[in-house]
Design a protein around this ligand. Structure first.
Ligand SMILES: Nc1ncnc2c1ncn2[C@@H]1O[C@H](COP(=O)(O)OP(=O)(O)OP(=O)(O)O)[C@@H](O)[C@H]1O
Length: 227
C-alpha cells in the first residue's frame, strides 16, 4: 500500500510553558490520511482544531511527535524545506476568505501559482478553469468586495487548490455563511475535492456536513477518537 498523504504520530502541543496558565492542547495525536480520503474533524470550540491543522500543514511545530507528508518526515526539517513543501503540497482554507482585497478573483488564484514558478499564461488558464468549475467564472474579473460571501469562499477554495496540492486542510470552510449558502458552497468544495482526488482534513461543527465525508474523527481533551 502507498504511504498515507498525511501521517501524524504522537503529536503533543501546549502553550505558555512553565507559566501558571500553561495549557496542553494536544496529547499524543496519531492520524493517517490516505490518498483521496476526506476526513471530518469535529471538535468543541477551543479543543485545538486550528492548532492541529496548523501543525499538520507545517505552519506550526509540535512539542513532540512527527509530521509526515507523502512519506517524508518534516518534523525536524529546516524552515526552508517546510515552506517549500507547504507551498507545493498543502492547500489551506479558513473560515474567512483572506483574499487579497486589491486583486481580482483571477489574480488571487494566479499569484500563488506565480510564487510557485508556474508561467503566467498557464496560471491564468488554471485560474479560469477553477473559477468556472465552482460557478464563479462570470465574476472572475471582480475584486473580493464585489463578490457575495459564498462567492468569496469559492474563490478561496480555488486559491487553495491553485498549486495542485496533495493535501487540503480546511478550518470551518463554510462556518461564516448562512445555512443555505453553506450547503451549496460545501457542495462546490466537495466536488472540487472529489474531482481532483486529493486528500483533505476538513474541520466543521456541522454534523450533517461531517457525515458526508469518508470518516469522522473527534478531538476532545487533547485526544482523537472516532465517533
Ligand atoms: N498562541 C497561543 N498561545 C496561548 N494559547 C493558545 C495559543 N493558540 C491557541 N491557544 C489555546 O489553545 C487552545 C486551542 O486553540 P485552537 O485555536 O487550536 O482551538 P480551536 O479548536 O481551533 O478553537 P475554535 O473552534 O474556537 O476556533 C485554546 O484554549 C486556546 O486559547
Amino acid at each position: 500500500m502507498s504511504d498515507p498523504i498525511l501521517r501524524l504520530a504522537g503529536i503533543t502541543k501546549g502553550y505558555n510553558h512553565g507559566l501558571p496558565n500553561e495549557v496542553t492542547v494536544l496529547r499524543g495525536i496519531d492520524l493517517s490520511v490516505a490518498a483521496g480520503e476526506v476526513v471530518a474533524l469535529v471538535a468543541p470550540s477551543g479543543a485545538g482544531k486550528s492548532t492541529l491543522l496548523h501543525i499538520a500543514g507545517l505552519l506550526d511545530t509540535p512539542d513532540a511527535g512527527t509530521v509526515e507528508i507523502a512519506g517524508r518526515d518534516l518534523s525536524r526539517a529546516r524552515d526552508r524545506t517546510r515552506t517549500q513543501v507547504r507551498r507545493a503540497d498543502v492547500g489551506f482554507i479558513y473560515q474567512f476568505h483572506h483574499l487579497l482585497p486589491e486583486f481580482t478573483a483571477t489574480e488571487n488564484i494566479v499569484l500563488p501559482q506565480l510564487a510557485n514558478g508556474t508561467p503566467r499564461a498557464a496560471a491564468e488558464t488554471r485560474a479560469r478553469d477553477l473559477l468556472e468549475s465552482v460557478g464563479v467564472g462570470p465574476r472572475a474579473g471582480h475584486r473580493p468586495a464585489a463578490l457575495s460571501g459564498g462567492e468569496q469562499q469559492r474563490v478561496a477554495f480555488c486559491r487553495a487548490l491553485a498549486n495542485q496540492p496533495r493535501l487540503l486542510l480546511a478550518d470551518e470552510p463554510t462556518g461564516n455563511l448562512d445555512p443555505a449558502t453553506s450547503d451549496t458552497v460545501f457542495d462546490a468544495l466537495m466536488a472540487l475535492v472529489r474531482g481532483t482526488g486529493l486528500s483533505a482534513v476538513i474541520a466543521t461543527h456541522n454534523l450533517d456536513l461531517a457525515a458526508r465525508m469518508d470518516r469522522q474523527i473527534r478531538l476532545d481533551q487533547g485526544h482523537l477518537t472516532s465517533p
